[in-house]
Design a protein around this ligand. Structure first.
Ligand code: AMP
Length: 282
């Protein structure tokens, strides 16, 4: 596996790859890699000739300095895991390489980046959009792989690609979970033992929402989920929203129309923020 740190070396390598007629699959990450990331790499490995994975903790998508500073950084271990999973190129730039200038464009994604995560993490999706566009321009992938775990991010990225006419196919991949249902996340290592014990309640509450979906009202389901999560002294619900799977508009009345509907949740376990989601009507 090759490890590149500069944009110039990366674009040179990608130009050469393209000129040989090879397809490029791209998996963007912030490192601290786990089996969820590896599932994306493996899917790219199956579908593309050359697999590129980026490891870059993107400072401009963090709204809290504490979260950025405490973000786990495990580069050596990550590179070994990527090599093992069959990745061909790891792109690991420094912040100055990606952002030589301080000022950044502001995107407008309408409702998509204002609800849920957008409400609680100001500027987060703008930072995500900036880094994803930059990485796609450097790597020029045919396909880019994103986890459904970050459902709103996936919708924002799909919209970014449409709005900016980026010639890449965005592929959403299923959420990988621990045996007890907790969605894998780089932040899970920051949970203390008591928080880790209680954290599976997050997915359990989503499963309950799905079970209740056919017979209860949206309000009843939302109340039940909040009660389940908040019953734990270790967890505090930040939001649970039931939304149109495409537009992320809040669904208030189930009778409206037959659209796929997703339940999206954010929970705080002490200083650690965890998110998850589940399709409720499929
Ligand atoms: P991150 O390093 O957290 O920015 O995540 C990089 C990519 O991995 C994103 O597309 C995430 O949605 C995806 N990802 C993170 N956790 C999981 C998971 N548990 N299952 C599947 N994909 C995931």
């Amino acid at each position: 596996m090759m490890v590149e740190t500069t944009i110039q070396s990366m674009t040179g390598l990608m130009d050469k790859t393209k000129s040989m007629g090879k397809s490029i699959g791209f998996v963007p990450t912030m490192g601290a890699l786990h089996h969820g990331h590896m599932a994306l790499v493996k899917q790219a490995r199956k579908e593309c000739d050359v697999v590129v994975c980026s490891i870059f903790v993107n400072p401009i998508q963090f709204d809290k300095a504490e979260d950025l500073n405490k973000y786990p950084r495990t580069l050596e271990k990550d590179l070994a895991a990527l090599e093992q999973a069959g990745c061909d190129v790891a792109f690991c730039p420094e912040v100055e390489e990606m952002y030589p200038k301080k000022e950044h464009k502001t995107y407008d994604f309408g409702l998509l980046d204002k609800v849920m995560e957008g409400r609680f993490r100001k500027g987060h999706f703008n930072g995500v959009a900036i880094v994803v566009k930059k990485l796609i321009e450097i790597i020029t992938p045919d396909r880019a792989y994103f986890g459904e775990k970050d459902y709103q991010q996936l919708q924002v990225v799909k919209t970014l690609v449409r709005q900016e006419n980026l010639p890449v196919q965005i592929i959403g991949c299923p959420t990988i979970r621990e045996a007890d249902g907790l969605a894998l996340s780089s932040r899970n290592v920051r949970l203390n033992p008591a928080q880790r014990r209680e954290a599976p309640l997050i997915f359990q509450s989503l499963r309950t929402a799905k079970e209740l979906f056919p017979e209860q009202t949206i309000e009843q389901i939302k109340k039940k989920v909040a009660e389940m999560v908040n019953a734990s002294p270790e967890l505090e619900i930040e939001y649970f929203e039931i939304v149109d799977a495409d537009t992320l508009e809040a669904v208030t009345d189930k009778g409206q129309k037959a659209i796929p509907v997703v339940g999206c949740i954010a929970v705080k376990a002490g200083g650690v923020r965890l998110i998850d989601n589940l399709l409720l009507n499929a």
